[in-house]
Design a protein around this ligand. Sequence first.
Ligand code: MN
Length: 250
Amino acid sequence: MNDRPLIGITCRTALHQASQKLRQTETVTRTYVESVERAGGLALLLPNTSPDAAEAYLDLVSGLVLTGGDDVAPRFYGEEPHPAIDLVDDRRDAFEIALLRAAHARRMPLLAICRGVQILNVAFGGDLYQDLPSQTGNTLGHAQRRLDDGPWHELNVEPPSLLARLSGPAPLHVNSFHHQACRRAGRGLVPTARAVRDGSIEALEDPSLPFWLGVQWHPELNAASGEPRSLALFSGLLSAARERGSAASK
Ligand code: MN
């Protein structure tokens, strides 16, 4: 048996032409796969499918990465669409909510990224800003305007947190490619990082689980090439997945 845990990575359903089912594809940005492999794992891409299949997919993996993508449909937190909301995909939302609730019950290690932290929050009863610029007046703070994937804004990180343990004490600057953000945190979820400029939530954790972390930035864009503080999030996930695996086999 190899020691490379299998990590489930969620996909985005790309609707190249919405009316043509032939052109609907399950896609994932390569850097998620590369980051998981670089941290010592193997990737299993999880298609957006029926919520009924969530438990069976979880049987196959030792950890989960929830990836970025489109907006979360506001009906999942009881709101009507704001005029500035972008594309939503109810099918993906429903599958990922089922996956998250089942993974939580199993205490499975989770790294949820960008849209991932938003759907994590919604899955446990939290809600979102549908459009940060129009709902908070911060028009440029989270929309990256540089040609590479390097840092855009600074975070305040809570010292006693998983994120602080993984990324170390130096000030943390992260990239930012989002117009939605977590607003009220869901059940059991603790905000452990906020943007310095506007205080918006940039990380959520459930401290009652060994490794349950959502971040609003995109560590995979830099972890894939080995940037230490980005890769640390994936290495932490893989360590937790290995721990869990060895505990389960005892
Ligand atoms: Mn941001």
